[in-house]
Design a protein around this ligand. Sequence first.
Ligand code: UT7
Length: 331
Amino acid sequence: MQKINAAITAVGGYVPDYKLTNAELEKMVDTNDEWIRSRTGILERRILKGEGKGSSDLAVPAVLELCKKRGISPEEIDCLICATVTPDMVFPATGNIICDKIGATNAFSFDIMAACSGFLFALTTGTAFIESGRYKKVVIVGVDKMSSIVDYSDRTTCIIFGDGAGAVLIEAVIEQVGILDSLLKSDGSGSKYLHMKSGGSVKPSSVETVLAKEHFVYQEGQPVFKFAVKGMADVSFELMQRNNLTAEDISWLVPHQANLRIIDATANRMGLPKEKVMINIQKYGNTTAATLPLCLWDWEKQLKKGDNIILAAFGGGFTWGATWVKWAYNS
Ligand code: UT7
């Protein structure tokens, strides 16, 4: 029997209209455009405004877009995996809510939490479902409404994050294309540098935790930066080596958009010139689980069948990883 591969066959994305610029942040905290640009590469990020709106509201248009592009009904989806750290509610899974909103009545769905690496972890999980032969159409969503957990009086974090969603459809193929290899890693000892202090089972929400601002992202930027540079570069390089891929073989690097300096370090380690690196951090900031699919969404028209693409991420946990995709279609 021929081996089944899982191939990305459609991409969807969504970012809210509101643009939070560096100029606006200058009025909110003690920061300046020059510092933000030079330290992170970010010029603006998108923010979901409006009462009662959550991550599922970002994800729904992204998933509907990919269904439209592929010409399928949501009822044809077998499984939807949602990667997020900002679920609509602690439970149920946001994946369940997305499926309900789009009418994916035949899909089972669940969430994966691996912070900024969530999309890669979910993609790798979905790939195994497809490769098993049991499921035909799996949707992978990366979504975060980071504005819901960012303290807009903390200049060290509020300048970084934005809201957005990206989604891909993966389907079974027997060609040698699709998601061909993944290398995923995690190390929970890194949790002390990047976490949310309260609202979990260790320290449930209380008046005190709210007053102490413990429901926001807590990040020690410098250690996270050091681990991210090493983690993302090492894992990408290892993935290339174990698949005998040289820099010339690779058409695109799709890196997690956390900091332009981390992206540059990863590309350098892989020997890739800037023209081969997808960078949209300047317009969306760090959208956590959504950065990778949003890159694919922005670049989809430039991708050609057979292109070798390396997706790489690093995030809270710590979690990190890289995935080799041979692109399966021309737009
Ligand atoms: O996506 C999940 C994983 N997260 C990441 O990968 C993020 C990794 N970390 C980073 O990207 C960077 O560490 C940051 C962008 C968060 C910070 O950049 P940095 O170059 O590491 O700055 P720093 O924390 O070392 O701070 C340098 C200085 C400090 O002032 P002093 O102590 O030197 O006087 C900060 O207080 O910059 C100050 N600072 C700011 N100044 C103006 C920190 N934030 C700001 C700000 N505007 N927004």
